[in-house]
Design a protein around this ligand. Structure first.
Ligand code: COA
Length: 379
């Protein structure tokens, strides 16, 4: 038998059959269950999009109303879970807090029998509903503020903003945050989704599945890039320095955060929609100099990196939108998780329908048949 070909990063290797989302990286096309993400970001809501991802088709009015009220009902946290979050170090990263509290959630709602579709759905609703509360609760408590109870009269996005800041967002801000959730809800076989499917394939419970995915999302090559884009903009400082900074960064082989994608070889369609959203927010809050810097950097990158198929990805503009909404930098990646949980859980349910445990091969590069040398005889 011939040796299987090793593809670092599993590039171009299919690891599952999936009907959840589709990407054409040359045409900047992203579809959730066949519907263009631009249409969903403009016309749908996170709640409706989540149903679409999970169930495979748009909900009827009745289905959406029931799903929406189930999500609202499950937003609250048990007081012991709040106590657990209270004990977490306030200097810890909110992604670590989220990963730990999602794992903790699984101890309060045991769901080990993943062959039961009724309890699986209850876990799905609970996880989507509670992730925003977990993020907001840690954020409030780490600053010595009281946690703010969720409200049932607000949408998923508006309620999240309410729990973070204790004030209702304007209609425009709630709409922008909701569209950000829609844009981040699903993205085919990315690292955290693959991680969710690998964990799910062992028949682990859904809380372990989401906790594993949160850990994977936290890295700077994945969800963590949105924070680092703003660190990079801080380092560059002014729009006039963008081209020089980029030339130097490329010459010294530095990775430009928010640029490049395994699948997209043109500008990420989510980045285009996020840019439009950023402009809406700036129409309300005023256009920051940072946005001019972002545009300068993009223009320089198109010239220098464009020929290699490296263009802005979703993270290039998401940070600047969140910053304009007053959201602290280290919450950008947790917000990504709050949205992506619908995609992770859709993949988990799909994986369970036709499951086989993931157990890939390796190319062994070590040595064999080595003798054991007792410690006193080693050099
Ligand atoms: N800045 C500069 N060069 C980049 C780059 C970037 N952001 N992204 C890719 N490249 C270059 C690599 O240096 C490499 O060049 P080489 O062939 O001369 O060595 C080539 O493009 C291929 O890059 P590689 O890292 O192998 O691509 P990948 O498909 O494995 O990685 C990413 C994809 C997303 C991890 C990568 O583009 C990246 O690190 N981007 C920055 C982090 C980021 O924004 N992540 C969020 C993704 S949504």
């Amino acid at each position: 038998m011939s040796e299987p070909e090793y593809r670092p990063g599993l590039a171009d290797v299919p690891v599952a059959e999936s009907s959840i989302s589709f990407i054409d990286g040359q045409r900047a096309r992203l579809e959730y269950r066949g519907i263009a993400v631009e249409a969903l970001a403009r016309e749908s809501t996170f709640e409706e999009t989540s149903w679409l991802l999970l169930k495979g088709e748009l909900p009827t009015q009745k289905e959406l109303a029931i799903f929406d009220s189930q999500l609202k009902e499950h937003r609250k946290l048990k007081y012991k879970l709040c106590d657990m979050i209270k004990c977490m170090p306030e200097s810890g990263h909110p992604m670590a807090a989220l990963q730990a509290s999602v794992a903790g959630l699984g101890m309060f709602y045991p769901a080990r029998d993943v062959s039961n579709s009724k309890t699986n759905w209850e876990s799905v609703v609970r996880l989507i509903a509670k992730l925003p509360t977990l993020v907001a609760t840690f954020h409030r408590l780490r600053h010595g503020d009281d946690a703010i109870a969720p409200r049932e009269d607000l949408s998923h996005a508006a309620n999240f903003y309410w729990m973070l800041f204790g004030r209702e967002p304007s209609t425009a801000v709630a709409r922008v945050l909701d569209a950000c959730f829609v844009l981040h809800a699903e993205h085919q076989m990315n690292a955290s989704t693959f991680s969710a499917r690998v964990t799910g394939s062992t028949l682990a419970d859904p809380y372990s599945v989401v906790a594993a995915a949160v850990g994977t999302l936290s890295g700077p090559l994945h969800g963590g890039a949105n924070e680092e884009v703003l660190d990079m903009l801080d380092e560059i400082g002014e729009p006039s320095k963008a081209t020089g900074w980029l030339e130097h960064a490329v010459a010294t082989k530095k990775k430009i955060m928010g640029m490049g994608h395994r699948v997209y070889k043109v500008k990420d369609p989510r980045a285009t929609v996020l840019q439009e959203l950023a402009e809406h927010v700036f129409a309300e809050s005023g256009r920051p100099v940072r946005y001019d810097l972002t545009l300068q950097l993009e223009a320089a990158a198109v010239k220098i990196l464009g020929p290699k198929g490296i263009y802005p990805n979703v993270d290039f503009f998401s940070g600047i939108v969140y910053e304009a909404l007053g959201i602290p930098r280290d919450l950008f990646t947790p917000i990504f998780a709050v949205a992506r949980v619908s995609g992770w859980l859709s993949h988990w349910l799909e994986q369970l329908k036709n499951n086989r445990i993931f157990r890939p091969e390796q190319i062994f590069t070590g040595t064999n048949d080595c003798p054991y040398t007792p410690i006193d005889q080693r050099p």
